[in-house]
Design a protein around this ligand. Structure first.
Ligand code: SF4
Length: 190
């Protein structure tokens, strides 16, 4: 196994751990995305790091789709994530759900720490409105110490895998493009 593949596996291990913690949070809070929603993915200014899209870029490389995706990313100057398919049927609109980024996993089901050191649930307006009682209960339970993934702890776990690739935040399509370029460059010299 080469060092890039090791890095990809380490990132995937952090994602797997996070997904388990999110499942636990969803279970006790009874909060969940509305079927077929995907509204949060339409946000034009989603930012991500190169490292969190390295597993996706590696997958594209392994399935001979990297060049094709790079062409797509270079030819379409759009702010909204290019992985999103607004017409997709089913639970959500992400076409690469297994390989989605860290921000995609955290948003809706994690907490940030405020200036008083208190954890605050970060979730979408649709959940706050349509699942109001469960949302209010969850806010109270989190204040009382109930478990929830904490955003910056997961960013720090990625930074411990590769500080340089986890340091800078780019618009999401730029982060995906840089990850693909990184993988192609790595294998071009091996
Ligand atoms: S990668 Fe998937 S979940 Fe993340 S913003 Fe794009 S479409 Fe949404």
């Amino acid at each position: 196994m080469d060092s890039l593949e090791e890095k990809v596996n380490s990132v995937q291990a952090v994602f797997n751990k996070l997904d388990k913690e999110i499942a636990k949070f969803q279970q006790w809070s009874k909060l969940g995305c509305e079927f077929g929603c995907g509204k949060c993915c339409f946000k034009p200014d989603i930012e991500a790091t190169l490292l969190e899209f390295l597993p996706f870029a590696f997958h594209l490389y392994k399935t001979n789709q990297a060049e094709q995706w790079l062409e797509k990313l270079n030819s379409r100057n759009q702010e909204v994530c290019l992985i999103l398919n607004p017409h997709q049927s089913g639970a959500g609109l992400c076409t690469e759900y297994f390989h989605r980024g860290l921000i995609c996993r955290l948003f809706g089901y994690s907490a940030r720490t405020n200036k008083y050191g208190k954890r605050e649930l970060v979730t979408c307006q649709i959940i706050k409105t349509n699942q109001e009682q469960n949302y209010k209960n969850a806010v109270v339970e989190i204040e009382q110490g109930k478990e929830i993934p904490v955003m910056n702890e997961f960013y720090m776990q990625l930074a411990s895998i590769d500080f340089e690739l986890a340091r800078e935040f780019y618009p999401i399509n730029e982060a995906i493009k840089k990850a693909i370029e990184k993988v192609l460059h790595y294998y071009a010299y091996r």
